[in-house]
Write a protein that binds this ligand. Structure first.
Ligand code: AVI
Length: 315
């Protein structure tokens, strides 16, 4: 069979303890990865279809439009690894052109991973797929049968923007280890731009981004034993120019006390929980981050307005 499933979902740290540490800090925060429970993953998929959320459309036109050039630089027969593969749709923009030896999607959402990987196996009769169920923040173990082949890591969607620059350097350094000596990384990075466009992209008129943000409270209730009520908070997102990032927060609409585990959290009306950063880079700024992680920037593609970029980085 051309489909293999590897369950590597260990206990990825103590989530409840991490949540409580953030919620009891002087400036309250939740790690952005808590946005992605099953409902959160579905809401994020809905975001990618929103007219205001330009990122996936731009990235698609860049990768699909240059897939032959990208493939010529990379060459066929790679093991193509995608950390955080979601619905595995982005890889299809270049699969035929790239002709990898195998595709290795890595995701925490077991059901979505299985269904998406099987869809690819059915659609591409020449393709071998090794799905790995794991948190891409933890260490990924490649199946032994693939160990000797050259690798290409694929990290689209500007997910790198959800790390601070220091975290991004540390993460990319680990990706550089994973891709190995003759390996490469193809990565999508959203660019610094007019703040009206950024504010609209994270404050869509259909309110889906607000639902995505508020859903984290439901996830917190489940994981850490909380009694947050979503309708007592509101979605706040804005571009912070001095940090070059869009910030998402949840703001308390009223004075209230929330219980999480053994903790009583007092919120005054207007108090916020910081739930996500989405950094926006210049091309030079991102290359500096990639180089600080040890990568060599081979090529950068971007759209004609300079809204989004795709970088090929070599070990
Ligand atoms: C996954 N990540 C790149 C998205 C972003 O744009 O930072 C998550 C997101 N947050 C709000 N809308 C989309």
């Amino acid at each position: 069979s051309r489909f293999h499933f590897h369950d590597q979902l260990g206990c990825s740290g103590d989530m409840a303890a991490e949540i409580i540490a953030g919620l009891t800090a002087r400036s309250r925060y939740l790690s952005a990865r808590f946005l992605y429970d099953q409902q959160g993953a579905a809401l994020f998929e809905a975001i990618t279809d929103l007219p205001e959320y330009y990122l996936p459309r731009m990235e698609r036109s860049i990768i699909a439009g240059h897939c032959n050039e990208i493939s010529a630089l990379i060459g066929p027969g790679r093991v193509l690894i995608e950390p955080g593969s979601g619905n595995c749709s982005k890889v299809e923009w270049m699969l035929e052109a790239l002709r990898p030896a195998a595709y290795v999607p890595v995701d925490v959402t077991r059901e979505q991973l299985t269904l998406s990987a099987q869809r690819l196996v059915a659609r591409y009769p020449w393709l071998e797929v090794h799905a790995i169920c794991a948190d891409f923040g933890s260490d990924i173990r490649l199946p032994g049968s693939l160990a000797d082949r050259p690798r290409l890591l694929f990290f689209p969607g500007s997910t790198i923007g959800n790390f601070t620059p220091a975290e991004a350097i540390a993460f990319l350094a680990r990706m550089r280890q994973l891709c190995g000596e003759h390996g490469a990384l193809l990565i999508g990075v959203d660019l610094y731009k007019n703040e009206d466009l950024l504010n609209a992209a994270y404050n869509d008129s259909a309110g889906i981004t607000a639902q995505f943000n508020l859903n984290v409270l439901k996830h917190v209730n489940e994981v850490a034993g909380g009694n947050f009520e979503c309708d007592r908070f509101r979605h706040v997102a804005f571009f912070n120019d001095s940090e070059s990032r869009v910030e998402m927060h949840l703001e308390s609409c009223v004075d209230q006390t929330v219980t999480v585990g053994d903790h009583q959290l007092v919120f005054r009306q207007g108090d916020r929980i910081h739930t996500e950063n989405s950094y926006k880079y210049t091309i030079a700024g991102f290359r500096a981050v990639a180089e600080a992680a040890g990568f060599v920037a081979r090529h950068t593609w971007c759209d004609e307005n300079g809204w989004f970029s795709v970088h090929l980085l070599e070990h």
